[in-house]
Design a protein around this ligand. Structure first.
Ligand code: GDP
Length: 302
């Protein structure tokens, strides 16, 4: 249901183009496939994914001897899910430990929705009965600490912070000590998102990582990279930079509700080989969902 409303823009654009295409062609032929490629690419599904999908479709059309385009809708959605996820594969979930402190590190460029996502995730985990604490590790951007504080209050979780400009690794260290002494289940750490200086970014992230690894063996349990779906292919290049700077374990794709090109989620999964674990489908506290390819594709075709 959340998927359907969150994907409204993509769904409308995609299904109107698809319906139009099917009405114009009726018969499955090469020209039809060529135009289908264009429709999928215009939804940002990604060229490689589209090529693979169309190849699969052509084989399926032969196998099932499909002649009419309107018989293809079902096959297209099935194949889209199949390309994204093997039959026996389960939906990737967050690696959160039972009965011990889990640390989640958030990385991503300013403006992608990092702070908002941290707030939403804190809310979600709190709803699941976890004791959550936040660390204001973005000490660089003006207002970042206050903004996280606002979310902390809204959700009702404690925020560990220092003054602006202080060493992020030191704040994270404080956060870990506080989380240990208060018996927290999950510690979510914000980090600065400046991409202008890649060396600084890498140094800062590796220092923060070192502190976390030293204080808690096996941590961080997740390094989540936040990407903005409305930035399309730009999101892909950000992902490449961050994967070089740190071990990204999952992606959060935000603002899917704000784009007609929601297919980007499939491109990202396919091109980067990093699981999309969460998606942002709105600005409210509850607009964060586990990424479920089936629900996603169903949301597109319903
Ligand atoms: P940060 O700089 O990465 O921390 O970004 P913010 O968390 O401040 O978010 C930037 C803007 O994006 C804010 O206006 C958020 O309300 C908005 N935003 C974040 N996630 C979503 C989402 O999933 N959907 C929509 N529509 N807006 C979002």
């Amino acid at each position: 249901e959340k998927y359907q409303s969150g994907l409204e823009k993509t769904r409308q654009s995609f299904s109107s183009k698809l319906n139009d295409l099917m009405a114009r062609y009726r018969k499955v032929d090469e020209d039809f496939f060529e135009e289908l490629e264009e429709v999928l690419i215009s939804a940002d599904v990604g060229v490689n994914t589209v090529m693979e999908l169309v190849e699969e479709l052509e084989m399926e059309v032969k196998r099932q001897n499909i002649k009419e385009t309107d018989q293809l809708k079902e096959v297209i959605s099935e194949k889209l899910v199949a390309i994204y996820m093997d039959e026996n594969e389960s939906i990737p979930t967050l690696n959160i430990q039972e009965n011990e402190l889990s640390v989640i590190l958030f990385v991503g460029v300013n403006g992608v929705g990092k702070t908002t996502t941290i707030g939403k995730l804190a809310h979600k985990l709190k709803q699941e009965g976890k004791k959550v604490m936040l660390v204001a590790g973005d000490t660089f951007r003006a207002g970042a600490i206050e903004q996280l504080d606002v979310w902390g209050e809204r959700v009702g979780v404690e925020v560990i912070k220092q003054s602006s400009g202080s060493d992020p690794a030191a704040v994270v260290y404080d956060g870990i000590q506080a989380a240990k002494s208060r018996g927290a289940d999950v510690l979510i750490c914000d980090t600065a998102g400046r991409l202008q200086n890649k060396v600084n970014l890498m140094n800062e992230l590796s220092k923060v990582n070192r502190v976390i690894e030293r204080e808690i063996p096996g941590a961080p349990h997740e390094v989540l990279l936040v990407l903005d779906a409305t930035t399309g292919q730009n999101a892909l290049s950000q992902a490449k930079v961050f994967s070089e700077a740190t071990n990204v374990s999952g992606i959060v794709l935000t603002k899917l509700d704000g784009t007609a090109k929601g297919g980007i989620v499939l491109a990202i999964r396919k091109e980067l080989n990093i699981p999309v674990k969460l998606v942002g489908l709105g600005e409210q506290m509850t607009d964060l969902q586990v990424f479920d390819p089936n629900a996603f594709v169903y949301g597109l075709f319903s």
